[in-house]
Every structure is written in C-alpha cells, then in structure tokens.
Design a protein around this ligand. Structure first.
Ligand code: MTE
Ligand code: MO
Length: 384
C-alpha cells in the first residue's frame, strides 16, 4: 500500500477520499480563527505523501544558462532572507458540491471548506531565481516557471504545475518557497519540507514536496496543467471537451461562503437576532471590499462587518493595493423576521475591481465543477 506511510490526521476532518487523502474541516472551524490551524487546513493530495528527510532534501533549479543550482534545506534557510506572508489557499474545486446539485460533475464533492488561511515563511522564489542566474536580458525566451513535486504515482510520474514568469519573478508577486506554515515546519500533508506558495493563484499551482524548478518557454506538460484545472462553458460535455482550447486556471475569481449557521440547521431561539459568519477572498491580490448578506432569499441586503484578524486582537496591517493575499472573515448580527419559519441566508462578496459573484450556478456550471463561486445560500428553520 503506497499510502501506508501517510501521516496521521485530525479526526474532525471530513474525509472526501482516504487514498489519496482529501479532506476539509467542518465549515464553522474556518470562521473560528483568522489563521487556520494546520491540523484543520484542508488537505488535497493527488498521490501518496512522500517520505522526505531534511538532511538529504535537495531542490534543483534548472533552465538557466548558468546551469543547475542545487539547494539544500539549510541553503534555502540561510542563503536567502526569510519572508512571512499570510496567504489564503483555495482549491479550484472548492464548493463543487453546489455545482453537483445542479447537474453531476466529475471531481471530489467538496463543500465550502477547501480553503484556508495560513502564515507561510520561506525564501522568495524571485531571490532564488536571481541566485540561479536569472536576468531579464539573458532569458528572453522564458515565459513560465515549472514546479515538480517529489510525490509520484505508480509509473513514477510526479505532480507538476507552472505559473507565468512575471508572477514568479515580479517584486510584488510574493511567491515563496515556504518551509514553515504557521510558524512551524510545514506538516507532511502540506508539503514538508518545502512547498511553493503562489499568493492569489489557484491551489493546484502551489506545488508541495517541491523537488524541481524549471524556467522555461513552455508551461508545465503535467496532466494537472494541461488536462485538468481549466474552465469550460456550461454546454461543453465530455464528448466535446478540448483541454487545449482553454487556458490553465491561475488567478481565482471572487469567492465567499457562509460558515455559520450550517445549511439545514434548526435554530431554536428565544432572542430576536441571528448571527451569520463566513469568509470572503478574491484571487490576484484583489482585496475584498464588501460582503452583502441577505436573510430573506435576496430581497433585502445588509453589509457585513469584515475583519483581518481575530476578535479582540489587532488586525493584520492592510496590504498594499494589488497584494491582498489573505481572506477576510465577516459577520453580521441581524434581527430575525418575527413570523418566518424558514430563512434563506445568502452572502456575496465584492472585490477591489468591483468583481461580484454570479447569483446562480447554472450559467457557470462546467463539467469539472471548478470555479464554483455563485452566491452562497443556506436554509435554516426557526423554532420558537
Ligand atoms: N502538490 C503536489 N506535489 N501534489 C499534489 O497533489 N495538490 C495541489 C496543490 N499542490 C498537490 C500539490 C492542489 S490541487 C491543491 S488545492 C493544493 O496543493 C492543496 O494544498 P493543501 O493540501 O496544503 O491544502
Ligand atoms: Mo486543488
């Protein structure tokens, strides 16, 4: 069993598949803390977790005229400045469950919690590429930076992905070769000892167990770059789909979801108000500027309170424009309609480019169930 050496996981996680391990926390855990504890952070593995040891670990950097640069973990930690960035990671399949309800799609049936927010520390990819001899004049052919994981399938094929060169090398890209998550060594499930953290970009490009970086003219040829993680029209089916016709997903669209109360909850209340909470985030460094909440199925709306930290604590300093990599938690306490027996609660976020979430799923439905970001709706029953 290639999965026999996988690490232990927290029992509260809701398991989607065991081998490979795919799991998300109960939604309400996400809004409990601004930084998601690693144990509760969603885990999305395509392959067995590799057994890596920090003493023998090497990271190869290839594709530049200067030749291959090989770095130990010690090199990464001592030869480059350490940067810490709070970054929200979201799987492209987060909320696929909502798409599945409209019409079945192929993929793990994620709820709303295939997303998490962590403090990642490590060397900047930019600094490592410069040390490997990258110079704009020297590598004019370069367009992409490819990443290869050390996790392998039975045929020996590794997980891989790539990002555009300008994201990798840009001074404001904040791409990290991270060796810490929330102030500790990255846990095995999250890429120990080194993973790429690409702020604002879909989870799939944040390659874990990083073994190799290649500066190249072409995107990664990996299955997950070429034949997966792409968006299609609602009418495209498996007979017609041409993966070459669509670009690989990189920056993600604006997203939000309700984490409290849970869908289907029965609210026994004597008080007249209800508290609704959730998260909101957008890709590409676009900051969430507003979250609107409705308790009556979208007839009337109220603006939720946003926060970038835990209640009663100082919030994180606000990021420079275009570099808002972390989510916001939001909350609203609103009067309950006195006569209602059932409420449809809805949330929708607006980002700094005034992008909004689509109101329903059908116009964005796609056969892989990716980019599921329609207004999030939960229905609760009231018992007096
Ligand atoms: N990197 C490797 N090497 N292998 C993988 O299976 N999964 C990707 C990405 N990086 C994956 C990987 C996907 S699809 C996602 S959503 C994120 O890792 C999940 O990161 P997490 O498990 O730390 O939450
Ligand atoms: Mo993912």
């Amino acid at each position: 069993d290639p999965f026999s050496s996988d690490p232990e996981r927290h029992p509260v996680l809701q398991v989607n598949t065991l081998k490979p391990f795919n799991a998300e926390p109960p939604p309400e855990i996400l809004s409990d803390s601004y930084i998601t504890p690693s144990a509760f952070f969603f885990k999305r593995n395509h392959l067995p977790v590799p057994q890596l040891d920090q003493a023998s670990y090497r990271l190869q950097v290839e594709g530049l005229p200067q030749g291959v640069l090989s770095l130990s973990l010690e090199d990464l930690k001592t030869k480059f400045p350490k940067h810490t960035v709070t970054v929200t990671l979201q799987c492209a399949g987060n909320r696929r469950g909502d798409m599945n309800k409209v019409k079945p799609v192929k993929g793990l049936n994620w709820g709303v919690a295939a997303i998490g927010n962590a403090k990642w520390s490590g060397a900047r990819l930019r600094d490592v590429l410069l040390a490997a001899g990258f110079e704009p004049g020297v590598a004019q052919w370069a367009r992409h930076v490819q990443f290869e994981g050390l996790d392998k399938d039975v045929t020996g094929t590794s997980y891989g992905a790539s990002i555009p060169l300008n994201k990798a090398i840009g001074e404001e890209g904040d791409v990290l070769l991270a060796y810490e998550m929330n102030g500790e060594d990255i846990p095995r499930d999250h890429g120990y000892p080194v993973r790429v953290v690409v702020p604002g970009v879909v989870g799939a490009r944040n390659v874990k167990w990083l073994g190799k970086i290649v500066v190249s003219a072409e995107e990664s040829s990996s299955h997950w770059q070429q034949q997966d993680y792409k968006g299609f029209a609602p009418g495209t089916d498996w007979n017609q789909v041409d993966f070459e016709s669509a670009p690989a997903i990189q920056e993600l669209p604006v997203q939000s979801a309700i984490t409290v109360p849970a869908d289907g909850a029965v609210i026994h209340h004597s008080d007249e108000t209800l508290t609704v909470a959730g998260y909101a985030w957008s890709g590409g460094g676009r900051e969430v500027i507003r979250v609107d909440v409705s308790l009556d199925g979208g007839k009337t709306w109220q603006v939720a309170q946003l926060r970038s930290g835990d209640k009663g604590q100082a919030p994180e300093p606000s990021p420079p424009p275009g570099r808002a990599w972390a989510w916001k938690l939001w909350e609203i306490t609103a009067p309950l309609p006195p006569e209602a027996e059932e409420l449809e609660i809805i949330c929708k976020a607006v980002d700094s480019s005034y992008n909004v979430q689509p109101d329903t799923v059908p116009p964005i439905w796609n056969l892989r169930g990716l980019l599921s970001n329609a207004w999030h709706r939960v229905t609760v029953r009231l018992r007096r």
